[in-house]
Each structure stands twice: as C-alpha cells, then as structure tokens.
Design a protein around this ligand. Structure first.
Ligand SMILES: CC(C)(COP(=O)(O)OP(=O)(O)OC[C@H]1O[C@@H](n2cnc3c(N)ncnc32)[C@H](O)[C@@H]1OP(=O)(O)O)[C@@H](O)C(=O)NCCC(=O)NCCS
Length: 433
C-alpha cells in the first residue's frame, strides 16, 4: 500500500525528534498554567502536540502548514470538478505532503476495498427507537464495527510497540471507508424510505456520500467534498479530537475511540452549533417575512443579545478573524446559490453582526465561524433535516482525528494522565496573595 510505504519512511525521523525533546530537554518549561485556566476548561494551555493541523488565531486552520485556499487549490480534483478528492486530503493529513493524483487515488482505492458495511450494523441501526438522535445512531454504528478491529486482535496476539501504527492504519482506513455509507444510511433510515442506496464504485469517497444520500443535484458532490475537507481537523484540543486521542491513549482501538469522540461532538457547544445557526437565520426570516434589511438584522441581533443568548455562528475560542472555513463556504454559496434567500440572510448577518458584537463588547472574536453557513448550504440542496448535520461533521472530523491516532501510535505516545488538585489546594496557592 502506497500510503503505508510513505508513512513507514516518514516515521523514524519524527520518532527521533520527539524522543530527543522528551529525553534531552524534558525539564524545559513550555507554558505556565493560570488559575483561570485550571478552572476555565484548560483554555489555551499548551499541553498537546500534533503536526497535522494548527489554528493560527489570525489566519485560521492550516493543514500540515497549508491554508484552506492552498489546500483547495493544490489537492488533485476529479476531472473538471470544483472540489478535490477527500482521499488526497487524507494523504496530506497522514503523510504531510500534497499527494500526486496517483497517491490521492490510491487512498480512494483503499477506501473502495474496505467500504462494505457488515450487515449487523444496519440491524443495530434499525433496532433504535424512531426518535433516537442521528448522532446516537452514528456513534452506535461505529461501536458496532469494533469487532472488526485489527489493532485489538493483533495487540491480543502480542505486538511490538514500534509496530502499533501498522494495524492502526489498517483500522482507520477500514473505519473511514465505511462512514459515508453509514451516515447516508442513517439519513435514509430516519428521514426517507429507509432503503440503503448502494455506493457507486466509479465515484470517490465524497461524491459517493452525495450519491448515497439520494441528492440528485451534481453540485452536491462538490459540496460534500468541501464540507468533509473543511471539517476534517482543527488542532487537538477540541472535544472530538481530544476525546479520540485520550481514549486511544489507553490503547483502545479506533472504534472505541472514535465512537466516544462522536458522543462529544453531539454536545450543543460543539457539533450542534451549526443547527442553532440555521434556526437563528430562519428565525430572522420568519420575523421579517423574508430577507431582512440591515437595520432589521441589527435589531434582531440585539434582541438575541439582550435576552442573554449568544449569536450562533459567531465567535471562537481560538480564532480572532473570520474563519477561513466560513470564507470557503461563502465563496461556494456566492457561486452556486447567490439568490437563495437563506444565503442572502446569512450575507446580511455577516455585514451586520461583527459590528454589533464589537459594540456589545464581550465576545473576543466578533467574526463568523465554520458553523455560520454550513446549514444554509445543505438547505439549498434539499438536505433540510438539521439534526443530521452533526453526523456529516462527524464524517469529516474522522479524517483528522484518525490521522492523529496513527501518529500517536507511531510515536509511542503514552497514556494521558494529567494531575488534579482540590479546591483547598488552589486556595492554599492564594493564601499570601
Ligand atoms: C464559540 C464560543 C463557544 C467560544 O467561547 P469563548 O471562547 O468562551 O468565547 P469568548 O472568550 O469570546 O467569550 C467571552 C464572552 O463573550 C460571549 N460571546 C462569545 N461569543 C458570543 C456570541 N456569538 N454572541 C454573544 N456573546 C458571545 C461569551 O458568551 C462570553 O460571555 P460571558 O463572559 O458572559 O461568559 C462562543 O463564541 C459562542 O458561544 N459562540 C456562539 C456559538 C457558536 O457559534 N459555536 C460554534 C463554535 S465553532
């Protein structure tokens, strides 16, 4: 497998770099932890390492050092399509270099070989009550795949630590290969006729998702690729990435680790935000009977703030500018749906809300984030069931978090075990202050 050969060639150098830092410079102080951070969600504490992506507060996410516009431009694309192969992005995340077309297609081929979902997974999904949230089904389906884990099997048989990454790579390819089918089936089961649309062997991973969803418009294939690429990774500290890493650090396999991550993504402060943005935009349109004027938008935004709520889709824990993932979706919408009223409403929001949030004076970042527009784009193509959007986020997020687990195995990262203190111990720290 091309991907495995390239990884095998890359790993020794990275092992040596991290070994040297840990062994020879183990006492170097990298960061200090403040009281407010300990009591405030560990915000900003430099305590994780990943080379796969980095969020610059002003430039936004970089995948392997490359900005979103660069990634979208340089990854190989199918024919004349707007958006690249997701397999190419996975190569970039895992290996660190832009793939050639052959390399991107080699990942797509690995996915095709492994995409068949075992029958029992469909049965598990069918057995849930009708009102179960699609994220519950998604996490359960991933867990139902756990008996497939090659890592768990090989570990039980006895595996050298330096070889851990190999069955992990096999597992992550097998898991990610199946996620578009699983997600699309959940969609068909919950909202459509319940019939699984078989994947088309001639389509790539992203386009196959669009096909299996049953969305006719060919542009949706491009949107799916874009959506998965944009949601793939955002450093290691966010809940879904950190959960995957933490659970996997116990040498739990990727099925355990990723299903736990999806439980975190299901939380309203993480993956559910895109849904709230859509409700908010629709609320504006309902109130004013269509696309609002700038003044009406301003009034609605202030009403939201004055009632003690946040404006969904704006603000970010790390970013301090418009999220480039928002910009990429904005450009897609300008090209494909400039007259769509929901998009026009989102556009008015973009022109008004940052100023309102600045006047309000609380949010450290008044600019839109990735969630502000993603639901709008889905609505245009008829995927209107907003409960489902987090599942698509999860499919995309699988790429970054699984790439990280392969590297954590390759670099022999240990089990994660921070130390906790008591409130009295914290109070002791301030006794003389
Ligand atoms: C993303 C988010 C959770 C980041 O939280 P954070 O790191 O605590 O953000 P800040 O440090 O800027 O928060 C400082 C204050 O501004 C407020 N604030 C931040 N974003 C805001 C927004 N969009 N609307 C109103 N107030 C906001 C916070 O609630 C906080 O208020 P508090 O001091 O009364 O608790 C926050 O911006 C938010 O709730 N945004 C809306 C929901 C959203 O879009 N989530 C998706 C994120 S990708």
């Amino acid at each position: 497998m091309l991907l495995k050969e390239r990884l095998a060639a890359e790993i020794p150098e990275w092992r040596e770099r991290q070994r040297k830092l840990a062994k020879e410079y183990g006492d170097v102080v990298v960061d200090q932890v403040h009281m407010r951070q300990i009591l405030g969600g560990l915000r900003g504490v430099k305590a994780l390492v990943t080379d796969i992506s980095y969020v610059d507060p002003y430039e936004g996410i970089r995948f392997r050092g490359h900005t979103i516009p660069e990634v979208l431009e340089k990854l190989p694309k199918p024919g004349k399509d707007d958006m690249p192969y997701v397999g190419g992005l996975y190569w970039l995340l895992l290996v660190g270099d832009f793939p050639t077309e052959e390399e991107a297609l080699s990942v797509e081929e690995e996915w095709k070989k492994r995409m068949e979902v075992p029958a029992h997974v469909f049965e598990v999904l069918k057995s849930f009550p009708k009102d179960a949230h699609p994220m519950t089904l998604f996490a359960a389906a991933v867990l139902a795949l756990q008996p497939e884990s090659l890592f768990a099997k090989k570990y039980k048989e006895g595996l050298k630590k330096t070889d851990f990454w190999d069955p992990m790579l096999e597992d992550v390819l097998s898991l990610t290969a199946k996620l578009p089918s699983i997600a699309a089936y959940i969609y068909r089961l919950k909202y459509k006729d319940g019939k699984f649309i078989e994947p088309d062997p001639n389509l790539d991973w992203g386009a196959n998702f669009a096909h299996m969803m049953g969305v006719e418009n060919p542009e949706y294939k491009n949107l799916s690729r874009l959506y998965f690429i944009l949601h793939s990774d955002h450093e290691s500290g966010n809940v879904s990435a950190h959960t995957t890493y933490l659970v996997s650090s116990a040498l739990s396999d990727i099925y355990y680790s990723f299903s736990a991550a999806m439980d975190g993504l299901a939380g309203p402060l993480h993956g559910l935000a895109n849904q709230n943005c859509l409700y908010w935009l629709k609320g504006v349109m309902e109130k004013f009977g269509g696309v609002p004027t700038h003044e009406q938008m301003r009034q609605y935004a202030w009403d939201t703030l004055n009632s003690g709520q946040v404006i969904p889709g704006y603000g970010h824990a790390v970013l301090r500018r418009t999220d480039p993932r928002y910009k990429a979706q904005f450009e897609f919408a300008l090209k494909h749906m400039p007259d769509f009223p929901l998009f026009q409403t989102a556009k008015v929001a973009y022109e008004v809300i940052p100023e309102v949030l600045k006047e309000h004076g609380k949010a450290k970042n008044p600019w839109p984030n990735v969630d502000a527009l993603s639901g709008t784009l889905q609505q245009y193509y008829g995927v209107t069931e907003s409960d489902f959007y987090t599942v698509m986020f999860g499919v995309g997020r699988s790429l970054g978090v699984t790439a990280n687990t392969v590297w954590a195995r390759a670099l022999g990262h240990p089990i994660e075990r921070p130390k906790s203190v008591t409130t009295a111990m914290l109070e002791e720290e301030i006794k003389d202050k």
